[in-house]
Design a protein around this ligand. Structure first.
Ligand SMILES: [Zn+2]
Ligand SMILES: [Zn+2]
Length: 220
């Protein structure tokens, strides 16, 4: 579903899946393909929007919990896109890929990136993404911020009226509080989390940050 201009939103399709986001530009990126089990439905959604997966160049993840990246390889097969892993995710990914999988008793997440990116931003053409390291839910969590478009793709760091859990391996309430404090200072019109509803409109986004600070962060 088209949200604005070149930004598309595909809501999660079931248990252990996540919201996926597409930015269409000279280079197009799919953020968080989700669970491969639901990939046919995601491909169908893309088709409904007139998007040929073969025009998507890059796959990235907000963090490396399976519900966000189990579908990476299958989406790569369907699209021919490259899987990029941020250097921070390469360095700190073990808590999510190995330890969290063990915690849930599921097979470890196998990563098969084509390239590791070391930069703090990625230029897609018209759109520039800034990578904002945001640990707390998981140490390798990165938010994707498009400053000009006021879009923040935040993974499981913040939700509509909630935050990501901090009790999984590598999680930290203190780090999550600091991450949310930093993110709350950004100018955001579209707050796009990894699960449940999105939050749109600068006032609603600001109110959501205030709600979380007042009602959630003190109890983590
Ligand atoms: Zn997660
Ligand atoms: Zn998740």
């Amino acid at each position: 579903m088209k949200l604005v201009k070149n930004l598309y939103y595909y809501p999660e399709k079931g248990m252990m899946d996540c919201n996926s986001y597409l930015i269409k530009d000279k280079l197009s990126i799919l953020i968080d393909p989700g669970n491969s089990q639901f990939l046919p439905a995601l491909l169908q959604d893309l088709q409904k929007d007139g998007i040929d997966p073969k025009t998507i160049n890059i796959i990235m993840n907000t963090h490396l919990h399976g519900d966000h990246c189990w579908g990476n390889d299958d989406f790569k097969k369907a699209s021919g896109a490259e899987i990029l892993l941020h250097k921070i995710q390469k360095q700190l990914g073990d808590a999510a890929t190995t330890q969290t999988s063990k915690f849930f008793g599921v097979p470890a997440v196998e990563l098969s990136e084509d390239r590791v990116v070391d930069e703090d931003r990625l230029n897609l053409g018209e759109t520039e993404i800034e990578f904002i390291p945001s640990p707390g839910h998981s140490p390798e969590s990165i938010c994707f911020y498009c400053r000009q478009e006021k879009v923040l793709i935040c993974g499981d760091v913040i939700f509509n009226q909630n935050t990501g859990r901090v009790d999984l391996p590598g999680g930290s309430a203190d780090q999550l509080k600091q991450s949310i404090e930093r993110l709350s200072r950004l100018d955001v019109e579209y707050l796009l989390p990894g699960h449940m509803d999105i939050v749109t409109g600068a006032d609603n986004v600001r109110r959501n940050f205030e709600f979380i600070k007042q009602n959630i962060l003190g109890y983590l």
